[in-house]
Write a protein that binds this ligand. Structure first.
Ligand code: NAD
Ligand code: LMR
Length: 334
């Protein structure tokens, strides 16, 4: 006979049978992200795909006694990618190259645009109803690439395409707690815009710390905007953030699955197809979104900004517009 705990675990799993696919699962982000997804009880079927190493990672994770089956897929087997995608509910894409010191995220476009494009084609063909969570940089351009591919295949659902910007929010919580000497788990900072340098806008005026001195605030904003560079520099050529990103990706994936499951008031920021600045030609923008059974339920307005934040927003929009156009033109040129 099952114990009470075992029965509870079994019934919660049976009620939430989500299939999740990680493309790029053998990489620096992919491996710890897959581990965290293996530990998520909302996931019952975990498929790992990479050009190399996904089968090994899958076998390793498959020994963990949680209620999910893990399987690795490789391009060396017939239909490896399409089998990893078929019928899945959610696709996470951390496939691609990371930065080295001295590079911008936009410098990754030359390699990552094609990788993300090809994976989006496969997702459109084999998992047309899945939510797609794009981690590969430059997110400001790779998300529009996925959107254009899905549109060209007639399966674009803007409610189910997400650029993962959670790392900016978790950095903001951590860094603000360090300067204000508070509990980081209780800090919430709305971070809007995009995911690169000056397109990352932390709205300090909307926190309880709005009276922070200007110097301190400037330094904090800069650190949040360039937190990625801090890690790239510290890793000294060995890549960019992987572990904090795996945590951020798993947190966002869990929020999307919670929305699917019908939990109420699941709100996370994400870079999405957004009405907020469409009239200015900016089709994608990061802001908090409510997640529901069909994906995005509501895109929240950005709220009131300080005059400094308004200025930051104007600069962000200029860069974002170019980044988005770059992704759109790339797919058009294919
Ligand atoms: P990594 O090099 O360690 O891993 C990338 C993996 O992708 C490798 O295992 C590689 O084999 C795989 N890959 C490459 N092409 C592929 C393809 N066509 N199909 C399947 N797999 C493929 O890099 P990483 O540190 O894990 O970073 C991955 C990406 O995530 C980079 O572009 C990085 O800039 C980005 N990133 C984004 C955020 C964010 O906040 N959104 C944060 C950190 C890193
Ligand atoms: C990050 O913010 O850490 C990622 O986008 C990786 C990078 O290149 O900085």
């Amino acid at each position: 006979m099952l114990s009470r705990v075992a029965r509870r675990a079994f019934s919660s799993t049976a009620a939430n049978p989500y299939k999740v696919t990680v493309l790029g699962a053998g990489g620096g982000i992919g491996q710890p992200l897959s581990l965290l997804l293996k530990l998520n009880h909302k996931v019952t079927d975990l498929r790992l795909y990479d050009l190399k190493g996904a089968k090994g990672v899958a076998t390793d994770l498959s020994h963990i006694p949680t209620n999910s089956v893990v399987k690795g897929f490789s391009p060396d087997e017939p239909d490896g990618l399409s089998n990893a995608l078929k019928g899945t509910d959610m696709v996470l894409i951390p496939a691609g190259v990371p930065r080295k010191p001295g590079m911008t995220r936009d410098d990754l476009f030359a390699i990552n645009a094609s990788i993300v494009h090809d994976l989006a084609v496969a997702a459109a063909e084999s998992a047309p109803n899945a939510a797609i969570l794009v981690i590969s940089n430059p997110v400001n351009s790779t998300v529009p690439i996925v959107a254009q591919v899905l549109k060209s295949k007639g399966v674009y659902n803007p409610k189910k395409l997400f650029g993962v910007t959670t790392l900016d929010s978790i950095r903001a919580s951590r860094f603000i707690s360090e300067v204000e000497n508070t509990d980081p788990t209780q800090e919430r900072v709305n971070v809007i815009g995009g995911h690169s340098g000056i397109t990352i806008i932390p709205l300090i005026s909307q926190t309880t710390h709005k009276l922070m001195s200007d110097d301190k605030k400037q330094e904090l904003i800069h650190r949040i905007q360039f937190g990625g560079d801090e890690v790239v520099k510290a890793k000294n050529g060995a890549g960019s953030a992987t572990l904090s990103m795996a945590h951020a990706g798993a947190k966002f994936a869990n929020a999307v699955l919670s929305g699917f499951k019908g939990e109420r008031d699941v709100i996370e920021p994400s870079f999405v197809d957004s009405p907020l600045f469409k009239s200015e030609g900016i089709d994608f923008f990061a802001s908090p979104v409510t997640l529901g059974p069909d994906g995005i339920e509501k895109i929240h307005p950005i709220g009131e900004l300080s005059s400094q934040e308004e200025e930051m927003l104007e600069k962000c929009k200029e860069t974002l517009k170019k980044n988005i156009e770059k992704g759109v033109s790339f797919v058009a040129s294919k």
